[in-house]
Design a binder for this molecule. Structure first.
Ligand code: SF4
Ligand code: SF4
Length: 164
């Protein structure tokens, strides 16, 4: 199922994405969480109860009902596994926005151009920082909003800030 490194394959990632129609409507959550573990902050943080599979059983793999999800990003900050992201493909013609959980210091600043990393930590391009919401906003992990070329939609999930 996983690569030898424990990193999810492209096929596994693509299975988490909603329909093309939903992707064209606005922001949606992606949970890169693949194992049955007793964990539920993604569910408890979601005010509209879009994570229905965990409502049934805390051990279930979280599954977002994308018809309900508004892309609010509360789950991005709440997930202890840093496995929740919010993608908005309607950001522009050639770029998407990506909300990521971020626990390193220093935090980037809005307007910064930072290194865009894939799941293995390789630098694959650059990202523009659109918004920085620190943990006081959500009471959990900082959330960084990025603008990225659409070629990175399945690959980039982290950043490197100069000075780290
Ligand atoms: S982005 Fe908001 S609405 Fe969507 S699953 Fe996360 S908490 Fe729920
Ligand atoms: S909170 Fe995060 S790690 Fe826990 S079940 Fe939800 S997505 Fe997985």
């Amino acid at each position: 199922m996983f690569k030898k490194t424990g990193i999810a394959t492209l096929e596994m990632i693509k299975e988490k994405f909603p329909s093309e129609e939903r992707r064209n409507k606005g922001p949606y959550a992606i949970f890169e969480c693949f194992q049955e573990i007793p964990c539920n902050p993604c569910h408890t943080s979601c005010r509209i109860k879009a994570v229905e599979s965990i409502e049934e059983d805390i051990n279930n793999i979280p599954d977002v009902n994308h018809d309900k999800c508004t892309g609010c990003s509360m789950c991005v900050s709440a997930c202890p596994g840093l496995a929740c992201f919010v993608i908005d493909e309607t950001y522009s013609e050639d770029k998407f926005s990506l909300k990521i959980p971020y626990e390193f210091l220093p935090l980037p600043k809005e307007g910064d151009v930072v290194s865009a990393l894939d799941r293995e930590g390789n630098t694959v391009g650059t990202a523009e920082v659109l918004k920085v919401q620190d943990h006081e906003r959500f009471d959990h992990t900082n959330v960084i909003t990025l603008a990225l070329s659409k070629e990175f939609i399945y690959s980039v999930r982290n950043i490197k800030v100069d000075g780290e």
